[in-house]
Design a protein around this ligand. Structure first.
Ligand SMILES: Cc1cc2nc3c(=O)[nH]c(=O)nc-3n(C[C@H](O)[C@H](O)[C@H](O)COP(=O)(O)OP(=O)(O)OC[C@H]3O[C@@H](n4cnc5c(N)ncnc54)[C@H](O)[C@@H]3O)c2cc1C
Length: 381
């Protein structure tokens, strides 16, 4: 591996803490959570106490003013452990970031310290049954009525949907204005008219709750608006780059981890009087994957450095998400093959990684939408 240069001694010390937390508080419970379809609520409070939530928030809002690299460390270690249940990334890297960047001081002080401590869990409601990639086409409406908005509509596939205390909801405040008519409104789950639907049955990410959410004339004060009215589409576009970078970080880490499992396994497993690792096919396949992972890891670290300088472009984030997401899917599939029948057994981490990986080409913007973003840039006038 090319040595990574983005982390300091402090980040590596934090990595040890995160690893210990995951080994003690997540790994022993993950299988039970997969059966339950969600993690224990208590995990969030423990994670908050250990500094694993919203690490990069300023101290005034409950964080410890850490840089984005601390979030990267958390994402990498969860990914390395195959801990796909805790929806920390959506909560910390998306919802808290939206609030910290765009919300009023009153909303920041009300929610961010609770998010950092794990007392409150956030969800982000963009996708709807009729609109996912085509975000402009959402139909959830927020109609102004005096000092309130009245929200009606439906969301789908919402991570943390069962456990959340509030949802940051993308709504149309002016349906006639297209993208410029979209706004974000914070909706607490105890408001009359809000209802959680099913915890959707998925073939992967089984310990992460993913839900339908219903809004039937939910009344919220205008002060729950996050950012400017009509500014929602621009806000989503500006924050999606960070989400996509975070997905790329996770994806490349899973690919590296799958390689390590496979190297170990093929050294031990024997066929035709020799270790599987001694077949040229094994060495060539793993060499190709290693080469691809090495190159893409360097690119991801470059994107992280650009993000720290606030210079990461949406196009670079789309490239990272597309390439690393697809590499994760390919690597896990190719590595699984070296495990033979054992690779099909869920007690082997490679089997679980296989089913958990497929999401990479879909959520956070599909691979096709990433190609659209990159292609559009190429033909920009
Ligand atoms: C496990 C999971 C968790 C999720 N978590 C969240 C969450 O927390 N919050 C949230 O808001 N959403 C969430 N999503 C939703 C996710 O972001 C969407 O599923 C995704 O953006 C795709 O939207 P869609 O499902 O409506 O597919 P569609 O947009 O209907 O796309 C269907 C197919 O058409 C292709 N397509 C669409 N437009 C184009 C185009 N212009 N050119 C070429 N091909 C195109 C797509 O690439 C795809 O292959 C989650 C989804 C899953 C599965």
């Amino acid at each position: 591996m090319i040595p990574r240069t983005i982390f300091s001694h402090e980040h590596e010390q934090f990595r040890d803490t995160v690893r210990r937390f995951i080994d003690q508080e997540i790994v022993p419970h993950h299988e039970r959570w997969e059966e339950a379809g969600m993690v224990d609520r208590d995990l969030w409070r423990k994670a908050g106490a250990a500094g694993l939530l919203c690490a990069n928030l300023p101290e005034a809002y409950g964080g410890f003013g850490a840089d984005y690299l601390f979030n990267v460390v958390i994402t990498e270690e969860l990914s390395r452990a195959g801990a796909t249940g805790p929806g920390f990334a959506v909560h910390s890297d998306m919802v808290a970031t939206y609030i910290a960047t765009f919300a009023s001081e009153e909303l920041k002080h009300r929610w961010l310290p609770k998010m950092a401590s794990g007392e409150a869990i956030g969800a982000l409601g963009l996708s709807e049954p009729g609109a996912g990639s085509d975000l402009k086409n959402i139909t959830t409406r927020a109609i102004r009525d005096g000092d309130d908005y009245v929200i009606t509509g439906q969301k789908v596939f919402i991570s943390n949907g069962q456990l959340c205390d509030f949802v940051l909801v993308a709504c149309k405040t002016d349906p006639s204005a297209g993208a410029r008519g979209m706004s974000f409104i914070l909706v607490e789950v105890d408001r009359p008219g809000f209802r959680r639907g099913r915890n959707l049955k998925k073939f992967g990410l089984k310990a992460q709750d993913t839900s339908e959410l219903f809004f039937d004339e939910v009344r919220v004060p205008v002060s729950n608006l996050v950012g400017k009215e009509g500014g929602g589409f621009g806000m989503a576009m500006s924050k999606l780059a960070e989400e996509r970078l975070s997905i790329a970080v996770s994806a490349i880490t899973v690919a590296e981890t799958a390689m390590q499992w496979t190297i170990e396994y093929t050294k031990d497993r024997r066929a035709f009087g020799q270790a599987i690792s001694e077949f040229q096919n094994t060495r060539f396949k793993l060499a190709e994957l290693h080469a691809e992972i090495t190159v893409k890891r360097v690119f991801v670290d470059h994107c992280i450095a650009r993000h720290l300088e606030k210079q990461l472009t949406p196009v670079d984030a789309a490239i990272a998400k597309m390439l690393c997401g697809e590499l994760q899917v390919k690597t896990v599939d190719e590595c699984l093959q070296f495990f033979g029948g054992y690779g099909y057994m869920l007690e082997y981490p490679i089997a679980r990684a296989f089913i958990d990986s497929r999401i990479r080409r879909i959520a956070g913007g599909t691979s096709e939408i990433m190609r659209e973003i990159i292609g559009r840039e190429l033909f920009k006038e």
